[in-house]
Design a protein around this ligand. Structure first.
Ligand SMILES: Nc1ncnc2c1ncn2[C@@H]1O[C@H](COP(=O)(O)OP(=O)(O)OP(=O)(O)O)[C@@H](O)[C@H]1O
Ligand SMILES: [Mg+2]
Length: 384
């Protein structure tokens, strides 16, 4: 192992052999005095550094003694500026990477492994390739696959969540069916009650599938900006009227304050209706009885958007939401109170759909809430 007094040569002589043409040319022109050896070594070092810097991935070269003999800028950024002359084990403290380098060296082959690490406070994943190169050196490259890993993880979580959400009503229905079979036709009243439960579970599955399809189509069109001018006052009036029946059943009152002049914005009518329906339904379902205020501003400068736009707000004075949940409300399947959410038929997808619709309209959403006092969900949309 090299020490501070005796650092290893920054370029292994073996690396020079990897460029035999260059070495031969130089030998022919120069006799190998110590000074000329230094020139060859410097040339090799330069060509190796140039070569490594041309690599699009963080890369370093490990000599057969295990010490680093070269590294490109990305590797220096990743591992620190002082890594040359240290062993690969000191630089990447990971047994899998160490093992991959060892195997590449012993078997004169190419090996691969994944390396998970934490940089500052974020997790990162690298796909590491250790390739034996002719001169007994190992070229080690690090491909950052954090984004790919994250999206794979998100996909796995999504499948788990969907399966879980579907499994719950399916298990309930299987239980009900078994009970009905055991019961026989003797108790028609109980039968009716069980059939009612089955209907509720089927409706829950139906809602889930509709929400999933809706989320899918909203995400698919998220980059395509809507182009139709819309009268938002008329849209809100219609939507509020259509939800009056539901609010009466829950002993809440929908109060809409329209602006004097109808604001016209460019938007997708069906999608914006879906946004308002979800916000009002949430207020009806979760806030409990009381007044629900629906507000719509005229077109005005909106600091949040840094342009002219409108604000739609749905405000209740119900149970409110603890601050810890607010940043997570727009995550798919996130419910503050899982059991209560399920009881009222929520899938936890509504606000996620709202977020994507608002984003498609280049708008913003703000949620303010305080426990025991109520919540305000505000949507800001640019006027054009
Ligand atoms: N006004 C509100 N007051 C209290 N809690 C709310 C309110 N709005 C939303 N929530 C909470 O946020 C969660 C997420 O709402 P979201 O609309 O995304 O899903 P959901 O209503 O459960 O299902 P879906 O909208 O798909 O039927 C709800 O389950 C509820 O716990
Ligand atoms: Mg909802």
């Amino acid at each position: 192992m090299a020490d501070a007094k005796n650092p290893p040569c920054p370029v292994s002589s073996s690396f020079c052999l990897t460029t035999p043409a260059l070495a031969l040319d130089l030998e022919m022109v120069l006799d190998l005095t110590p000074e000329n050896e230094r020139i060859i070594s410097t040339d090799c070092e330069l060509s190796m550094t140039n070569l490594l810097n041309a690599f699009p991935l963080a890369s370093f070269i490990v000599g057969q003694d295990g010490y680093l003999v070269g590294a490109n800028e990305q590797a220096l950024d990743l591992f620190g500026k002082e890594i040359i002359g240290h062993t690969s084990m000191e630089v990447v403290r990971n047994p899998n990477v160490h093992d991959a380098i060892e195997r590449a060296l012993v078997q004169k082959t190419r090996t691969q492994c994944d390396w998970s690490t934490t940089q500052a406070t974020t997790d990162a994943v690298y796909h590491v390739t250790a390739s034996w190169i002719e001169a007994e050196d190992i070229l080690v490259t690090f491909k950052d696959v954090t984004d790919i890993e994250q999206s794979l993880r998100a996909r796995r979580e999504f499948v788990t969540n969907v399966s879980h959400e579907l499994k719950t009503p399916l298990t309930a229905m299987l239980g009900i069916l078994e009970t009905l079979q055991l019961m026989g036709p003797s108790d028609p009243e109980a039968q009716q009650s069980f059939l009612g439960m089955m209907q509720k579970e089927t409706q829950r599955m139906n809602r889930l599938v509709s929400d999933l399809l809706s989320l899918n189509s909203v995400q698919a069109n998220e980059r395509i900006r809507p182009s139709t001018p819309l009268d938002l006052r008329a849209l809100l009036e219609e939507t509020v009227t259509s939800l009056q029946g539901l609010s009466h059943k829950s002993h809440s009152q929908l109060l809409f304050t329209p602006p004097k002049t109808a604001p016209i914005v460019v938007g997708d009518g069906d999608q914006l209706r879906q946004v308002v329906i979800n916000l009002i339904e949430n207020a009806i379902k979760y806030a409990g009885p009381g007044n629900i205020l629906i507000g719509l501003s005229g077109i005005d400068y909106q600091p949040l958007l840094r342009c002219e736009g409108v604000k739609i707000a749905v405000e209740d004075h119900g149970c409110g939401i603890a601050a810890i949940h607010i940043p997570r409300l727009t995550e798919r399947f996130y419910r503050v109170d899982d059991h209560r959410g399920r009881d009222v038929g929520g899938t936890g997808l509504g606000l996620s759909i709202v977020k994507h619709i608002v984003s498609r309209h280049r708008g913003r959403m703000r949620i303010k809430s305080s426990l025991g006092r109520g919540s305000q969900f505000a949507i800001y949309l640019p006027a054009n």
